[in-house]
Design a binder for this molecule. Structure first.
Ligand code: EPU
Length: 421
C-alpha cells in the first residue's frame, strides 16, 4: 500500500490554487442523469471519488471526455439502466445520490448501499423519508435500496427533515427536479454545495429557489437541457491549506476561493493569532508568533465544518493552553485520528462529544494511519509541522478528496513524497 513520507519542520510559503469542490461535484455528476444532452462542467477536481463516479456512469452507458485537466464533457442521454454496478457503488459514500437521480429520471432505481469514509454510523433514513413523501415505494435490505413509483405515482411534496442533512437535501432535490408539482424541503442543509447543485440544475433548466436557506423549493419541470457550468472552489481543501499554513508557521496565499465560504474557519484561525487577509478570490494566511488556545464547536453551515475538525485539532495541538473542540455532527469522528496524533506527541482527552487539547511546543514524526479522508489530511498537516519524518499510511482515503496534494504542497516548500510499497 502506498504511503506519504513527510520530512517536517518547513513552514509552508507561497501560493496554492484550490480545486473544485468535491462535495459539490459528487452531487452534480449524478445530476447529469437528469439532463438531456451534453453538460460541460468546469473546475472538476480529478480525485478518486470523481473517477469512481465517472466509472459508474460509464458502466451505465454515459459518454464523457476530459477536455482539459479540470473540464469534463458528459452526456448521459444513452443511459438505460437504473441499476448501477454495485461493486463500484460500494466504493464511495456519494453514490447514494444515484438513488435520487435515477428515481428522478426513470421513476425507479436499484442502488447498493454506499461505502466511503465510515468514521461514524451514517444513516440514510432522511433520504428515504424524502423518497417516501414523493410517492416512492422503498424496499431496503442490508445490501441495497430499491425505489419505484408507488400506487399514486411520484409527485412533489412538503418534506420536513428531522436532522439537517446535506445528503438528504441533495437527494430530494435530485429526485424532485423532474417531478410534477412543487417540493418543499424544510430544515434543509445550507452548505455551499447545496447552492452549487441548485445553480447547476437551474442552469440546465430546473426551477429551484431557496438553496442556501433552510427552505428549498423545487418546482418540477418536464426536462433539462445541456449547458456549461463551473463548480465552486472546495471550502474544505482551502481550509486544509489554511490550517497547514498556521500549523507550520508559514505564509500562504490560498487562491481560487470564495472567502465568504471560509468565514467560519477564518474567524477561528484569527482567534488563534494568525494574520488573515481576504481578497476577492484569495486569502493570505500568515503566522508569525505562537498560537493561542481556542474553543470550537462543529455545526452545519454556516458553522465550523465537521470536515475541518481534524485539521483544526492539529493547530490546537500546537497552541498555548487547553483548547476545546466539540463535535456536534459526527460524535465518533475523533476516533479516526486522535490516537494517531497522540503518537506524534499531541495531548488530547476525549470526553463524549468534546476533546480537550493541551498544546505542546512540538510534534514528532512517526508512522501513522489515515482512517478517513479528513483524518488523513490532518495527519499530513501534523507531519508537515512535526520534527523528523512522518509516514502516513492508508493514503487512498486522502486521495479521495485532495487533488494533486503532493504537487501543491511541494510547491509550497514541503518535503513530501508518495512511496509505493
Ligand atoms: N443523518 C441522519 N439521517 C440521515 C442523514 C444524516 O441521521 O438520513 C445525520 C448524520 O448521521 C449526521 C448528520 O445527520 O449526524 C449530518 O449528516 P449529512 O447527511 O449532512 O452528511 P452526509 O451527507 O452523509 C456530507 C459530506 C460529508 C460531511 C457531511 C456533513 C458528502 C458526500 N459528504 O455527508 O463529507 O462530513 O455532509 O457536512 O457531501 C468529507 O468530505 O470528508 C465528508 C465526510
Amino acid at each position: 500500500m502506498a504511503k506519504y513520507e513527510i520530512i517536517g519542520g518547513n513552514p509552508l510559503n507561497g501560493q496554492v490554487v484550490i480545486s473544485g469542490a468535491k462535495n459539490a461535484v459528487v452531487g452534480i455528476l449524478p445530476a447529469t442523469l437528469l439532463v438531456q444532452g451534453k453538460c460541460r462542467i468546469e473546475n472538476v477536481p480529478n480525485i478518486s471519488d470523481v473517477r469512481i463516479l465517472l466509472d459508474i456512469l460509464r458502466s451505465m452507458n454515459a459518454q464523457f471526455e476530459w477536455v482539459d485537466h479540470s473540464t469534463l464533457e458528459i452526456d448521459t442521454t444513452g443511459v438505460k439502466s437504473c441499476e448501477p454496478d454495485s461493486s463500484l457503488v460500494t466504493k464511495l459514500r456519494a453514490s447514494y445520490y444515484l438513488m435520487g437521480a435515477l428515481l428522478g429520471r426513470f421513476g425507479k432505481a436499484h442502488v447498493a448501499l454506499p461505502g466511503g469514509c465510515n468514521f461514524a454510523s451514517r444513516p440514510i433514513d432522511q433520504h428515504i423519508k424524502g423518497f417516501l413523501a414523493l410517492g416512492a415505494d422503498v424496499d431496503e435490505t442490508d445490501e441495497y435500496i430499491e425505489l419505484s413509483a408507488g400506487a399514486d405515482g411520484l409527485q412533489g411534496a412538503r418534506i420536513s427533515l428531522d436532522v439537517v442533512s446535506v445528503g438528504a437535501t441533495i437527494n430530494i432535490m435530485l429526485a424532485a427536479t423532474l417531478m410534477p408539482g412543487q417540493t418543499i424541503i424544510e430544515n434543509a442543509a445550507k452548505e455551499p454545495h447545496i447552492v452549487d447543485l441548485a445553480n447547476f440544475l437551474n442552469t440546465m433548466g430546473a426551477r429551484i429557489t431557496g438553496a442556501g436557506t433552510d427552505t428549498v423549493k423545487i418546482r418540477g419541470v418536464k426536462a433539462l437541457k445541456g449547458g456549461t457550468y463551473t463548480v465552486i472552489p472546495d471550502q474544505i481543501e482551502a481550509g486544509t491549506y489554511m490550517a497547514a499554513a498556521v500549523a507550520t508557521g508559514g505564509d500562504v496565499l490560498v487562491q481560487n476561493v470564495i472567502p465568504k465560504h471560509l468565514e467560519c474557519i477564518t474567524t477561528r484561525l484569527r482567534e488563534m493569532g494568525a494574520k488573515i487577509t481576504e481578497f476577492d478570490d484569495s486569502i493570505r494566511v500568515q503566522r508569525e508568533g505562537s498560537l493561542r488556545r481556542i474553543t470550537v464547536k462543529t455545526m452545519p453551515y454556516p458553522g465550523f465544518p465537521t470536515d475541518m475538525q481534524a485539521q483544526i485539532c492539529v493547530c490546537m495541538s500546537l497552541a498555548n493552553g487547553i483548547s476545546r473542540l466539540t463535535e456536534s455532527v459526527y460524535e465518533t469522528r475523533f476516533f479516526g485520528y486522535c490516537s494517531e496524533l497522540e503518537s506524534m506527541g499531541a495531548n488530547i482527552q476525549i470526553n463524549g462529544k468534546t476533546a480537550s487539547i493541551t498544546g505542546t511546543d512540538k510534534l514528532f514524526g512517526t508512522t501513522v494511519r489515515a482512517n478517513d479522508l479528513r483524518a488523513g489530511a490532518a495527519l499530513v498537516i501534523a507531519g508537515l509541522a512535526a520534527e523528523g519524518t512522518t509516514y502516513v499510511e492508508n493514503i487512498h482515503y486522502v486521495e479521495r478528496g485532495y487533488e494533486r496534494l503532493i504537487e501543491k504542497l511541494t510547491a509550497l516548500g514541503a518535503q513530501i513524497r508518495r512511496i509505493e510499497d
